[in-house]
Design a protein around this ligand. Structure first.
Ligand code: AMP
Ligand code: TRP
Length: 329
């Protein structure tokens, strides 16, 4: 059975980009693989944050994942800091990661450009990510497109460690990304990737009215000034992409011809999209409301997931240290 691992930072709200790029795929994959899903709070602390807010967001992210369909009976869902071995393996991996590989990571360059003082944790972020995955010796990582470079680095780490400490039979697999057709959701501005830092998101758990307030002004094909102007759905990155994700195939075809033929206006098109989004997301929002009011249930699910994760993590650490000449007792 393949083993899969993926993580999500509790540094912002769970948005539909996360859902379509990663989480929806996690829900599907938990049926066919041994899956570990992690709320990565040690990654979230690599930029400035408020402790109480992080605590709240870690809880909310866990609720969002459970509501989206992550089932603790089928997989292991836990919070990274519940399994200290993540940090331990990350330290070990720091010793086989070339500095140059870290310095050329796009995400590091982008994030560090916004910092007055750059902390080592931000640079070493992808080393911890490699440790997350390899602690479970997972070979498949369901993520969005923006994580491809980080996964390349995790393969370098695995390769370097294997070459040095397990040259005859590779101990760590080289993990590969598992992408979806919705691997890069564009934000409401129609420009950048949907992301919390750009303020161009729709939250997975937002009320229908709030969703409409965001969809209505969302950027569409600039050629369509009036309803009678013919449009091109490919020039309407956000809305057309969301139709492909949330609407039935027949509707997507209808959207395409009605846009090209100027049969309906952008607002008509957005209304159909909104209805389809509400249909898919309402059950998730309702489950989240129940879970938000049941902290004991959520804590139980995470504890159960952490216990399963810890058992595997400890096994990996024992073998890793054994091969490296690091005494356990
Ligand atoms: P993050 O919120 O950065 O921790 O991302 C969690 C997961 O969502 C990762 O697998 C990302 O690749 C994925 N993701 C984030 N934003 C998007 C987006 N706009 N489109 C597709 N996937 C995304
Ligand atoms: N860096 C990932 C993101 O921002 C989150 C993450 C941390 C992750 N550890 C991981 C993703 C391990 C996949 C596997 O989205």
């Amino acid at each position: 059975m393949t083993r899969i691992f993926s993580g999500i930072q509790p540094s912002g709200e769970l948005h539909i980009g996360n859902y379509l790029g990663a989480v929806k795929n996690w829900v599907a994959l938990q049926d066919e693989a041994e899956a570990f899903f992690c709320v990565v709070n040690y990654h979230a602390i690599t930029v400035a944050y408020a402790p109480d807010e992080l605590r709240r967001r870690t809880y909310e992210m866990s609720v969002g994942l459970l509501a989206a369909g992550i089932d603790p009976a089928k997989c292991s869902l836990f919070v990274q800091s519940q399994v200290p071995e993540h940090a331990e393996l990350a330290w070990i991996f720091n010793t086989v990661t070339p500095l140059g590989e870290l310095e050329r990571q796009t995400q590091f360059k982008e994030k560090s450009a916004r910092q007055e003082q750059i902390m080592a944790g931000l640079l070493n972020y992808p080393v911890l990510q490699a440790a997350d995955i390899l602690l479970y010796r997972a070979d498949t990582v369901p993520v969005g497109e923006d994580q491809i470079q980080h996964l390349e680095l995790s393969r370098v780490v695995a390769r370097n460690w294997n070459a040095r400490f397990s040259p005859d039979a590779p101990f760590f697999p080289e993990p590969k990304p598992r992408l979806t057709p919705t691997r890069r959701i564009v934000g409401l501005d129609g420009q950048a990737k949907m992301s919390k830092s750009m303020g161009n998101t729709i939250g997975l758990l937002e009320e229908p009215a709030a969703m409409w307030d965001k969809l209505r002004p969302a950027v569409t094909d600039p050629a369509r000034q009036r309803k009678t102007d013919a449009g091109n759905p490919e020039q309407c990155a956000t809305i057309f992409q969301l139709h492909k994700a949330f609407s039935a195939e027949a509707t997507v075809a209808e959207v395409e011809s009605n846009c090209r033929g100027a049969q309906w206006g952008c607002i008509d098109c957005k209304k159909v999209l909104h209805a389809n989004m509400v249909a898919e997301l309402t059950p998730i929002r309702e489950r989240a409301a129940v879970l938000m009011a049941s902290p004991a249930l959520v804590a139980d699910a995470l504890d159960h997931g952490a216990a399963k994760a810890r058992a595997v993590a400890q096994e990996t650490m024992t073998e890793t240290k054994e091969k490296m000449g690091l005494p356990l007792a």
